[in-house]
Design a binder for this molecule. Sequence first.
Ligand code: URA
Length: 265
Amino acid sequence: MRSAAEEKAARALLDWYRAMGVDEAVGEVPFDSFAAPQPKPAPRRAPEVKMAAGPPRAAPRAARPISTRGIGAEISTLTELEALVAGFEGCSLRRTAKSLCFARGSASARIMLIGEAPGRDEDLQGKPFVGRAGQLLDRMLAAIGLAEDHVYITNTVYWRPPGNRTPTPEEIEACAPFLARQIELLSPSVLVLLGGAAAKTILGVSEGIMRLRGKWLTYPSAGRDLPALATLHPAYLLRNPAAKRYAWRDLLLLKAALDSEIRGQ
Ligand code: URA
């Protein structure tokens, strides 16, 4: 017998699959993509090759999360911060973009989601995540019971890079102090980092998204360690539907954390 909670979770998953266009089962036998992975046979060891001693290896780089660097210290609301960003001339992306895409969602949300960069639809509407990837993101959030007014969504850069290219490190660096202040001012309970670019930028690490996703990390903000969860970018999921199962696991992790926070209140 399934519990009511298991049944609700299963229904939410089916709703999401339906929203993604999956409307029939194709296999003869059900496939449980959540089953624990079977241990792989141990790889056969390659014969050891003795190398001449090379240069000493660099020590692993310490994480350098983004910080405000004092920017926006004089202001106390997100509306003021948006005005500050609107007048900021230090990011070259603003010269080619039509609009500033500062944020969408609720300024009192407990969940803050951060993506990479606005695309064409976002540039036209002046809001993050309103195109196809954004619509998928909304469906993913709805599958765990979150609507737009439960979340606050932004990006690592506030303007669309020309032709949707990847933002350069300089463009990201220019926007980073504002983003750090945006996190401080919103003061969410949880950060959700959408894709490798956002996760690496905010946490200041170099690991890829497959290593970073699916576990609770922390981002230091305003003197506390803010829980941060990295997951796959919805645009990646549109291109690689088979990866949806990882995103679903991450969403369940987020839901469990939110539920336990509610229970603890
Ligand atoms: N992809 C992003 O990372 N952000 C958006 O706002 C839209 C697509």
